[in-house]
Ligand binder design. Structure first.
Ligand SMILES: NC(=O)c1ccc[n+]([C@@H]2O[C@H](COP(=O)([O-])OP(=O)(O)OC[C@H]3O[C@@H](n4cnc5c(N)ncnc54)[C@H](OP(=O)(O)O)[C@@H]3O)[C@@H](O)[C@H]2O)c1
Length: 297
């Protein structure tokens, strides 16, 4: 199969692209610097120099591919529109990467939410997430216009990436702070819970969806969940530092920025993804707390 991947030098896109190249697929990956071109080439990915703003390039790559994986951004609507246009009426697969913060709350670490959403039951988006949700809906709707389009809505991804970019977002942020200060901390009381998935299980789902994605499917990508207090405790233990300790959101914001402190590290984001399992997905990597204990040093 000939697959075009955006974000090929990134954590998600690089992991998917490297895995597909290893399986023998012809993988063309969008990159935007000479340094990244070399990095993806070393993994057997053919670099395509350009950016998500190059509409003509995205159209051409989509038309020349058997399938497209969009993993550079969950929020770049013009790129999604161009890729869908290039695929319209072909019945080819388009996998769009979204993120489960579309259901996140403003708990600031102080509440373990009881609200659990799933593929078919999602709340109306808060204003900050409305644009991302609108892109997800555009992709789902494309299922009716001759594209086997699906949204893979990732949760907190952990584990070492398989491409040029090894680090995900939340766990590495907690680890970096703990290393720097000698104290593992979480926002507020750390009671907030996120659904999680190991990066290699996520890659397995992308590979499966390339073959079996139903038209217009929305899938949460999750396999378990953990509170931020428990993740910080596992980090403290793994690094041999103090903690876990609560951190007022204002102090956490000084370290991570307000949006990251509130939305990325202080919110609840609990989801279930039955549709991925109905496709036959069988996640098998260790849960996040065991992974931290076994791999963070
Ligand atoms: N990691 C997670 O836990 C997670 C979970 C859910 C959703 N998401 C979302 O999924 C998306 C990808 O996440 P990630 O963790 O893989 O991020 P990442 O490691 O930063 O990778 C993003 C990739 O996209 C490329 N890129 C970004 N903007 C581009 C543009 N305008 N033109 C061309 N290439 C562009 C980057 O290129 P450079 O290498 O040149 O920077 C990089 O290769 C993000 O929107 C993120 O919010 C991530």
């Amino acid at each position: 199969m000939r697959v075009f991947v955006t974000g090929a030098s990134g954590y998600i896109g690089g992991s998917v692209a490297a895995s597909l190249a290893r399986d023998g697929h012809v993988v063309r990956g969008l990159v935007r610097s000479a340094e990244k071109e070399a990095a993806v080439r070393a993994l057997g990915i053919e670099p395509v120099a350009g950016s998500l703003d190059d509409r003509a390039l995205l159209l051409e790559e989509a038309r020349g591919a058997d399938a497209v994986v969009n993993a550079a951004s969950s929020d770049h609507r013009p790129a999604v529109e161009a890729l869908l246009e290039g695929l319209r009426g072909t019945d080819k697969v388009f996998l769009h990467t979204s993120g489960s913060s579309i259901v996140a709350d403003n708990a600031c670490g102080d509440v373990a939410s009881l609200a659990i959403f799933d593929d078919d039951h999602r709340p109306a988006p808060v204003p900050e997430r409305a644009a991302r949700v609108a892109i997800d809906r555009l992709v789902v709707a494309a299922g009716a216009s001759g594209v086997r389009a699906a949204v893979l809505c990732n949760t907190l991804i952990y584990g070492d990436g398989l491409g040029p970019h090894r680090d995900s977002i939340q766990v590495p942020m907690l680890v970096a702070q703990a290393r720097k200060s000698g104290v593992a901390r979480h926002v507020g009381r750390g009671l907030n819970i996120w659904s999680t998935v190991h990066v290699e299980d996520m890659v397995d789902l992308y590979r499966l969806a390339l073959v079996k994605a139903p038209h217009g499917a929305f899938m949460f990508v999750e396999n378990g969940e953990a509170s931020f207090r428990d993740m910080a405790a596992a980090i403290a233990h793994a690094l041999g530092v103090a903690g876990p300790e609560p951190w007022p959101v204002e102090e956490a914001a000084a370290e991570w920025g307000l949006a990251r402190a509130v939305h990325t590290l202080g919110s609840n984001c609990r989801v279930r993804g039955p549709r991925a399992r109905q496709l036959g997905w069988q996640p098998r990597r260790p849960p996040v707390l065991a992974w931290i204990e076994g791999n963070v040093r």
